[in-house]
Design a protein around this ligand. Structure first.
Ligand code: CO
Length: 139
């Protein structure tokens, strides 16, 4: 983090998949990691895999149209990057100051009890960015 102690922490890499179970097994075997949290949320089957320094968030659409369209168009792979902050409102205000288009004007409930807000990838080099205010991540 260096001298800038207010820099955001990396939190997770979101990965779209057609089969969350098989992908979780593959990555857990490959990276010697474990599933930290499983959930069905907002029409998506989700697994968080715990690594040193962050998580992989595997996402399989069940009834989530936007994620299904992403998979149809782009195929499985990296979907978004999550950065942790304790103050999403402040992070969104700073994004606006820098001319970044927001998908979410304010924090909303996400998986695992997180509060989340997304930025539009057209404003961020084609990378879908999620701000995450983590809750208790003990399970
Ligand atoms: Co995410």
């Amino acid at each position: 983090m260096g001298e800038n102690s207010s820099a955001m922490d990396f939190h997770h890499l979101g990965i779209a998949t057609h089969d969350v179970e098989a992908t979780a097994e593959r990555f857990c075997a490959l990276l010697d990691c474990a599933v930290a949290h499983s959930e069905r949320f907002d029409g998506i089957a989700i697994r968080f895999l715990e690594l040193d320094g962050g998580y992989l968030e595997l996402l399989e659409p069940l009834t989530h149209d936007a994620l299904s369209r992403f998979l149809d168009r782009r195929g499985p792979g990296v979907h978004h990057v999550g950065f942790a902050t304790t103050d999403i409102d402040r992070a969104l205000a700073r994004a606006l100051e820098h001319g970044v288009e927001l998908i979410d004007d304010s924090p909303r409930p996400g998986a695992w009890g997180h509060e989340v807000a997304f930025l539009h990838p057209d404003s961020t080099g084609g990378v879908l960015i999620e701000f995450v205010a983590p809750a208790d991540e003990s399970g």
